[in-house]
Design a protein around this ligand. Structure first.
Ligand code: AMP
Length: 176
């Protein structure tokens, strides 16, 4: 199977207008997941700068980030760490809240998810305003992790989310 181009991955992403509420252009990555060449290709691209041994854990953000991060962790033969919505993780957690357009959200990580000084790759499906990724980065700093890179399948450039992630390399495959 020849690896896909980023243009092929971009073509497979489906825009769903007004989901989950009016005015949102939802970028649906499920067609990428359903296509073995595109799914494997997206994991290869998100991890291409690393070899097994370079990364101590791949961290995924609830919920679509889990899919890419778990596959990337398997690919790099390293561990997977979930950052979850508040109230879902069973053991002791650190929590971080961030503002949404209306209201706020809180995410959490287990206090012992990685050893201090661990080198981690943080993955999610999509970077929009950057609030979620910035909060996840704050959690990782609380447990002493070093973020090597944040990777996204999709980035909505016009929302300038990466400006909130200053100090950390950000890489996205498909830009809108
Ligand atoms: P943000 O915190 O604004 O960067 O939002 C990023 C999170 O919200 C990610 O976990 C995405 O899965 C989700 N998200 C935000 N906007 C969209 C969108 N237009 N399409 C799909 N997912 C989105």
């Amino acid at each position: 199977m020849p690896p896909p181009t980023i243009a092929e991955i971009a073509q497979a992403i489906r825009n769903v207008p007004d989901f989950p509420k009016p005015g949102i252009q939802f970028k649906d990555i499920t067609p990428v997941l359903a296509d073995p060449r595109l799914f494997a290709g997206s994991i290869a691209l998100l991890t291409e700068r690393y070899r097994p041994g370079d990364v101590d854990a791949v961290v995924g953000i609830d919920a679509r980030g889990f899919i890419f991060a778990a596959a990337a962790a398997f690919h790099l033969r390293t561990g997977f760490v979930p950052v979850r919505k508040k109230g879902k993780l069973p053991y002791e957690t650190h929590e971080q809240s961030y503002d949404l357009e209306y209201g706020s959200n809180t995410i959490a990580i287990h206090i012992d998810a990685v050893q201090p000084g661990s080198r981690v790759l943080l993955l999610d499906d999509l970077l929009a305003t950057g609030g979620t990724a910035a909060a996840a980065a704050a959690l990782l700093r609380k447990i002493g992790a070093e973020i090597l890179e944040m990777g996204f399948v999709v980035e909505l450039d016009f929302l300038h989310g990466r400006d909130r992630l200053a100090g950390c390399p950000v890489r996205s495959l498909v830009h809108y």
